[in-house]
Design a protein around this ligand. Sequence first.
Ligand code: GTB
Length: 215
Amino acid sequence: MTITITAFERSPDGGKGLARDTRVRWALEEVGQPYEVRLVSFSAMKEPAHLAIHPFGQIPTYEEGDLAIFETGAIVFHIADHYPGLLPQDANARARAITWIFAALNTVEPPILEFGNARLLERDKPWYAERLPLVEDRVRGRLAPLSSRLGDADWLDGPFSAGDLMMVSVLLRLRASGILDEYPNLAAYVARGEARPAYKRAFDAQLAVNKAPAG
Ligand code: GTB
C-alpha cells in the first residue's frame, strides 16, 4: 500500500530539515519503506480536505490505505511498530526505546521550543535580555541529565532506535544556538544521527523540495 505523507510546500527554514516531516521521512528511510509526499501550502493546511486528516491544520500527516494519522510521535511510532528496524524485539528493550520517544517529545523538546520561540518572536520585547538566560537554563536543565545518561555510549539504550531518531531530531533544533556544543557527547550524538545514510536521504529529499524554484 502506498504511504503518503504531507510536508510544507515551502518550509520557512528554507530546507534546513527542521520541519517535522523530516522526522517521518527519516523513519521511513530507516525501515526502507518508499513513500510519496503531498506538498501543502499554509492556506491549504487550513482547508477542509487537510483538516479532515489533521484537525489542527498542520504537517506532517501519514496516510496508508484507509489509515490517516497525524502527530509526528504517533506517526514515527506507527512506522516503528509496523516495520522492522526501529524498535528492538525484546519486550523490555522495546518499551525503553518507546520511552525515549516520549522523553524526547514531552520532556526535552518543550523547553527547546520555548527557547526557539523566545529567539524568534520575543527579540523586540523590553524583557527579552532578562528572560533569555532563564529560558536557556531550562534547556540546560534537560541537556545536562541527558548528557549524563548518554555518557560515552553511541545511542541511548543499545542499538539505534526510534527513541534516538526522535531525540536527535529534537536536539537538532538547538544547533544554531551553540548550546548543544556545551555538551560534547550530545553534539557527537547528533552528528552520529545525521551521518546515518537514512537521515541523509531524508534530509536531501526535503532539501530538494525547498531548493526548487517556487512554482
Ligand atoms: N505536535 C505536532 C507534531 O509533532 O506533529 C506539531 C506539528 C507542527 O508543529 N507542525 C508545523 C506546522 O504545520 C510544522 S513543523 N506549522 C504550520 C501551522 O501550524 O500552521 C514545526 C516547524 C515549522 C517550521 C520550522 N522552521 O522553519 O524551522 C521548524 C519546525
